[in-house]
Design a protein around this ligand. Structure first.
Ligand SMILES: Cc1cc2nc3c(=O)[nH]c(=O)nc-3n(C[C@H](O)[C@H](O)[C@H](O)COP(=O)(O)O)c2cc1C
Length: 181
C-alpha cells in the first residue's frame, strides 16, 4: 500500500520555486506508488493562533472554524508531510508559520509522520539557512513522542524570481527524495 503524502505550500507565489520543488517531490512520490495531495496556503482562510489553549483541554479541537479544519484532517491522514516554504528573513513565510502555530491543537494527534522541509532562498549557501533548519528540526521534535521524525531537508540557493529553480539539480534531488519516502 502506498503512502499518503501531503504537500503544504507556504509561498505566496503559486508557481514559485518552492512550489516547483514540492511538485518534483510529489512526482517522485507518485512514481513509487504513493498518493499525493497538496494545499496552497495563500488561497486558504487561516486565522492566527489566539493562544486561548482551549485545544489543550478539549482533545485538540481548535475554537476557530476556518480552513484549518480540513488541513487538520489532511495532516492526520498523511504519512508524509512536506513543508515547502521559501526563506523569508531567515525563517518561514508568515503563511507557513501561521499554519504551524495552529497545529498546537493537534500536537498530540499527529502520530508517525515523516516531515520534510523543501526551501529556497536567494542566499548562496547553507550557512544562511541555519535558522530555518533549526526551526524545522525543533518543530519536528514537538511530535517525537508520537513517533514522528524528520524525513529530509532540501534547499535551493540563488533563487529570486519564480522559475529560477528550473534546471537546477536540486529538482532531481527533490524528485528522488519523494520517490524514496
Ligand atoms: C520578504 C522576503 C524576505 C526574504 N528573505 C530571504 C532570506 O532571509 N534569505 C534568503 O536566502 N532569501 C530571502 N528571500 C528570497 C526568497 O527566499 C527567494 O526569492 C525564494 O526563491 C522565494 O521562493 P518562492 O519562489 O517559492 O516564493 C526573501 C524574499 C522575500 C520576498
Amino acid at each position: 500500500m502506498g503512502k499518503q503524502v501531503l504537500l503544504i505550500k507556504g509561498s505566496p507565489r503559486k508557481n514559485g520555486n518552492t512550489s516547483v520543488m514540492a511538485d518534483a517531490f510529489g512526482n517522485g512520490a507518485k512514481e513509487s506508488g504513493n498518493t499525493v495531495t497538496e494545499v496552497f496556503l495563500k488561497e486558504k482562510n487561516i486565522g492566527d493562533c489566539i493562544g486561548c489553549a482551549v485545544c489543550q483541554r478539549n482533545g485538540g479541537n481548535c475554537v476557530q472554524k476556518d480552513d484549518m479544519t480540513e488541513i487538520y484532517e489532511s495532516m492526520k491522514e498523511a504519512d508524509v508531510i512536506v513543508l515547502a516554504s521559501p526563506v523569508y528573513f531567515y525563517s518561514w513565510t508568515s503563511l507557513m508559520k501561521r499554519m504551524i502555530d495552529r497545529t498546537f491543537a493537534v500536537e498530540a494527534l499527529l502520530e508517525n509522520k515523516k516531515f520534510y522541509l523543501l526551501s529556497a532562498g536567494a542566499a548562496p549557501e547553507e550557512k544562511y539557512m541555519q535558522t530555518m533548519i533549526n526551526g524545522f528540526r525543533e518543530y519536528v521534535s514537538c511530535f517525537e513522542e508520537g513517533g514522528s521524525k524528520e524525513g529530509g531537508i532540501l534547499f535551493a540557493y540563488d533563487t529570486r524570481e519564480p522559475g529560477d529553480v528550473k534546471g537546477m539539480q536540486v529538482l532531481e534531488k527533490a524528485y528522488e527524495m519523494g520517490k524514496a519516502i
